[in-house]
Write a protein that binds this ligand. Structure first.
Ligand code: AMP
Length: 238
């Protein structure tokens, strides 16, 4: 069955306001375009003066992968969150503490840091921007689509992204926390540990936020191509 990628981006006076992406069946395309337009117009960051919706047929098969199972850590404050994340990364890299310092020191990146597990070096070509993961969605059959779970959109979008990311063999782990000052729960994820929600990664009101991928490759070109371009549908956890 042919699938379509539907992407939306909106801006005002040339600066980005919001973006969204779905991978859907042909019959869903009109409704999804309408829903994206509505969402763009209602965005909290302000009224866009430009909304672009792009619909592209996807060539060939789309990979279906399972969602990572969700677990929950108990962290009372950012110090405990730091310990939880470093403990999770320690078996994968001798530079776990440096990864934490790097992640909590960056500002306003649009994408993720690629952190070389063996050396602790940064591998992403553009350090200011990072690598952006796109071309993914929740599988229709799972009932996990963000629009069916009002109020849970953030976890679902993040889980879809984390599941796609963890699936690549060169990916060892991901750590993320939002730059939204009201949202302090982050996560650390990998194929082995699943998606571990980490509360209190930062103090309420802080505008810190970022994403970091711990990777095991000297040449990240294939990995970056997978993250940016390979379409993936994420189904229920196994
Ligand atoms: P958010 O959870 O959307 O607040 O994003 C937290 C951080 O993750 C942002 O500051 C970005 O650095 C990064 N990020 C957001 N979206 C993506 C994406 N699609 N791919 C890679 N990194 C992202």
């Amino acid at each position: 069955m042919a699938l379509f990628s539907v992407k939306m981006r909106s801006s005002a006076l040339g600066s980005h306001i919001s973006g969204a992406e779905r991978i859907v069946e042909e019959r869903e395309v009109p409704d999804v375009c309408a829903a994206m337009g509505t969402r763009a117009l209602a965005h909290g960051k302000g009224k866009p003066d430009s909304i672009t919706v792009t619909v592209t047929a996807i060539d060939g098969e789309v990979a279906h992968i399972p969602a990572l199972p969700i677990r929950e850590a108990h962290c009372a404050d950012p110090a405990e969150a730091r310990e939880t994340v470093i403990d999770a990364l320690a078996p994968l890299t001798p530079h776990a503490a440096e990864a934490w310092e790097l992640l909590t020191g960056v500002r306003d990146m649009r994408g993720a840091i690629l952190f070389h597990a063996t050396t602790g070096a940064r591998l992403e070509p553009d350090h200011a921007r990072g690598v952006r993961v796109t071309s993914m969605d929740a599988a229709t059959a799972t009932g996990e689509r963000p629009e069916t779970h009002s109020g849970k959109t953030r976890v679902t979008d993040a889980l879809v992204l984390a599941s796609k990311v963890a699936h690549h063999p060169a990916m060892l782990a991901e750590v993320c926390f939002s730059d939204d000052p009201d949202y302090t729960t982050g996560y650390v994820a990998s194929r082995e540990m699943g998606y571990l929600r980490v509360p209190n990664m930062k103090p309420v009101g802080s505008e810190m936020g970022g994403r970091l991928f711990v990777v095991d490759t000297d040449d990240p070109a294939d990995l970056i191509d997978y993250l940016e371009h390979t379409p993936v549908l994420v189904g229920e956890a196994k």
